[in-house]
Write a protein that binds this ligand. Structure first.
Ligand SMILES: C[S@@+](CC[C@H](N)C(=O)[O-])C[C@H]1O[C@@H](n2cnc3c(N)ncnc32)[C@H](O)[C@@H]1O
Length: 363
């Protein structure tokens, strides 16, 4: 069982991280919760007997999302009136009073929400991965892509080529009439916008996929968006609507078994692209080893007729959950050289694009 001190520290650390990631509301809410835990306030009864690791289980984010779910579902009108989405300036004391009242009134709902792992799907990560996809398209000579995504959640990064990107001074890319616009601060050179992109196939898996047709699943995904970040919420909603319209689905499957099976098949005249974002750290070690084995085998089998790319947006290896700024890394076979293309934010933007450089180490 987690000690009270560990729990309080997890809330304080998450509060600081939220402040750094542009969410003063979350920072304040989680700091207030940490203070209440310290004083053995009423939420101690809800959280103090947490059986797992509060950091690995992301307990502070579960707690904030449980409250946000009450707001979004319309089941806690007084809490909703105190939240940023009401359009009024938020008063932390008022928010906290309304939060405690809502927890008391809806305790079974809150407990049930807390008992499931977090579920997030960040569309903004497509902005960071876009440059990698374009680089692959360019180097594979415009061959149609066979896209394979693991840890895809609701699959919101699958139709990355259908989104419009506004990347500041680097320019725009994608269909100008797209219902989804991803805005990202961008530094560094322009990625190869002129590469010919054609997607022939898309497939994705997740051990716990989110069905975009399921209202409760959509609510859960929305609840994990921080309540004072309406632009992120609008992006999520627009992407969910597009994924539903396109009929894209994420298969239920364990990443290693799924990838091994898919990569066994060589795709002639296509470039096979295995990609993932902020998923690697959640895979068990055995899964990572088996994926690496499947990737090595596919790399050895690749040639100019059937190139193979491994594109990943993940925190630098070895830093543990949530550790370090995510890096966009690409290994493209047949030559099999690994490159670090960019550094990004946990939610995607801002993106620092290094270009198609050959070296793998940008610190
Ligand atoms: C933090 S989410 C990231 C989702 C998405 N890639 C994104 O960037 O928004 C990590 C995802 O990995 C999935 N996952 C964790 N372990 C897995 C496994 N062994 N096989 C497949 N998916 C897994 C989780 O269910 C979750 O949807």
């Amino acid at each position: 069982m987690a000690s009270r001190t560990e729990l309080i520290e997890a809330f304080r650390n998450q509060s600081r991280a939220c402040a750094e990631l542009g969410s003063p509301f979350m920072a304040s809410l989680l700091e207030t919760a940490a203070g209440e835990l310290e004083r053995s306030g009423s939420i101690a009864g809800l959280l103090a007997s947490w059986l797992g690791d509060p950091v690995a289980d992301a307990v502070p984010l579960r707690f904030a999302a449980a409250l946000h779910a009450l707001v979004l579902s319309g089941t806690a009108p007084e809490l909703a009136a105190a939240y940023p989405s009401s359009g009024q300036a938020t008063d932390p004391a008022l928010v906290w009073r309304a939060a405690l009242a809502a927890i008391e009134a809806r305790r079974p709902d809150v407990e049930s929400f807390l008992s499931s792992p977090p579920q997030t799907n960040e569309v903004g990560r497509s902005a960071a991965m876009l440059g990698g996809f374009l680089q692959i398209a360019k180097e594979a000579g415009g061959k149609p892509m066979r896209l394979l995504e693991i840890g895809a959640s609701a699959g919101l990064n699958q139709p990355w080529d259908q989104y419009r990107y506004e990347l500041g001074e680097a320019g725009q890319w994608g269909p100008s009439d797209s219902p989804v616009t991803v805005q990202a601060e961008w530094s560094g050179p322009q990625p190869p916008f002129d590469a010919a992109v054609k997607v022939a196939e898309r497939a994705a898996c997740d051990s716990a996929p989110v069905d975009p047709e399921d209202e409760q699943a959509r609510l859960r995904l929305r609840a994990y968006v921080w309540a004072d970040q309406p632009a992120r919420m609008a992006l999520l909603d627009a992407a969910v609507a597009l994924v539903r319209r396109l009929g894209l689905r994420v298969e239920q499957g364990e990443a290693a078994a799924w990838v091994t099976e898919r990569l066994r098949e060589r795709a002639e005249d296509r470039v096979t692209v295995l990609f993932h974002s902020i998923a690697w750290e959640y895979f068990p070690d055995d899964t990572k080893t088996r994926i690496r084995d499947a990737v090595d085998a596919a790399g050895q089998d690749a040639d100019m007729d059937a190139p193979f790319a491994w594109l990943r947006l993940e925190p630098p290896a070895g830093n543990g959950p949530g550790g370090g700024q995510p890096e966009l890394r690409l290994t493209l076979w047949p030559d099999g050289k690994e490159r670090c293309l960019a550094q990004a934010h946990t939610h995607g933007p801002p993106v620092c694009w290094y270009g198609a450089g050959e070296d793998t180490d940008h610190g």
